[in-house]
Design a protein around this ligand. Structure first.
Ligand SMILES: C[S@@+](CC[C@H](N)C(=O)[O-])C[C@H]1O[C@@H](n2cnc3c(N)ncnc32)[C@H](O)[C@@H]1O
Length: 301
């Protein structure tokens, strides 16, 4: 892989009729380069990532807001783990290919389903709301990663009424920036259009490769404001909160230690019996397992 990639031949996997789909060769390149033990794609669209991973025999979880791919909502839901055959854990490499800005391609009600879904940012006309939603999707994906994991986000730009809407410039990126790869675009609708006046056609996208180097609650966020983001102050789901705390405690912890660690989370403050809720979460989610009585661990592979 080099810092510019181009796939004039799409390859096999997913559907080239699904608007905004990416080339299976892009996923192949990522897998061949990083050699992850597991992959997740929570905006899987036409199933491209799932098909490539199946071909390469790599455990993969692929979901989408589209009910045909599980209906998992990246803005609100817990992200499901990947089945490693015998146990489940969060994937070490996540590919995120979110919707494009300025209603360039509409998903719910167009590519699938009969009506627009309120949590599908492809329908958002307000760019600020759109970026906020994409940041949330992005953070949800980043939080799910184990330490050492990678989040590869593919985003494009849109031009409307003489203004460039550049997601790569405007959205927030979490963790350590490892690389930005330019991916040239082929066979997109805009390539065949004739434009009048001074217009530079957009023929590339960006794959931003972020690495999660620590299990600390605080994450460096690369954004215009350069803020530090603390996951404990974010209203995490119980599953996410317990996962973060266990990671922070080295992947294994006794219940008293976990109770005290989770006391600092907004999620637990609102609950009348947080200890019971922590135990229920540990017992009901497949990525957690009991090492011995009162001692819990997180599957890491
Ligand atoms: C650019 S497409 C992904 C295309 C895919 N890479 C492929 O090759 O087919 C973006 C996807 O995000 C999905 N999506 C939109 N809002 C979502 C949400 N809130 N949660 C999860 N997926 C969502 C859309 O349904 C769409 O399939």
């Amino acid at each position: 892989m080099q810092s510019v990639v181009s796939y004039p031949e799409r390859g096999t996997g997913g559907k080239n009729t699904y608007r905004g789909n990416f080339s299976p060769k892009f996923v192949e390149d990522i897998i061949d380069f990083f050699r992850p033990d597991s992959v997740g794609d929570y905006t899987v669209g036409s199933g491209t990532t799932l098909d490539v991973c199946r071909e390469k025999n790599i455990p993969c979880i692929g979901t989408d807001l589209n009910p045909a791919f599980g209906g998992v909502n990246l803005l609100r839901d817990d992200l499901p783990p990947v089945n490693m055959g015998g146990y489940s854990k969060m994937p070490t490499l996540i590919i995120l290919h979110p919707p494009y800005p300025q209603k360039m391609v509409l998903y719910s009600g167009h590519q699938w389903g009969k009506t627009p879904h309120p949590d599908d940012p492809s329908h958002f006309s307000n760019y600020h709301d759109f970026i906020k939603a994409i940041n949330r999707m992005h953070y949800n994906s980043f939080l799910s990663l184990p330490k050492g994991g990678r989040l590869i986000t593919l985003v494009g730009d849109a031009k409307k009424n003489g203004q460039l809407y550049s997601m790569v410039k405007d959205m927030a990126f979490f963790g350590t920036l490892e690389q930005i790869v330019i991916k040239t675009q082929h066979n997109c609708l805009s390539n065949s259009r004739q434009y009048s006046g001074r217009f530079i056609p957009i023929v590339h996208e960006y794959a931003v490769i972020m690495r999660k180097d620590s299990s600390c609650y605080e994450t460096k966020i690369i954004a215009v404001s350069h803020k530090v983001f603390d996951s404990r102050r974010y209203n995490l789901s119980w599953r996410q909160a317990v996962r973060q705390a266990l990671r922070k405690l080295g992947g294994e912890a006794g219940l008293p230690e976990l109770y005290s660690e989770l006391r600092g989370f907004v999620t637990t403050k609102k609950h009348s019996d947080p200890k019971a809720k922590i135990r229920e979460t540990l017992q009901s989610k497949p990525e957690f397992y009991s090492v011995s009585r009162g001692l819990w661990a997180l599957q890491t592979g």
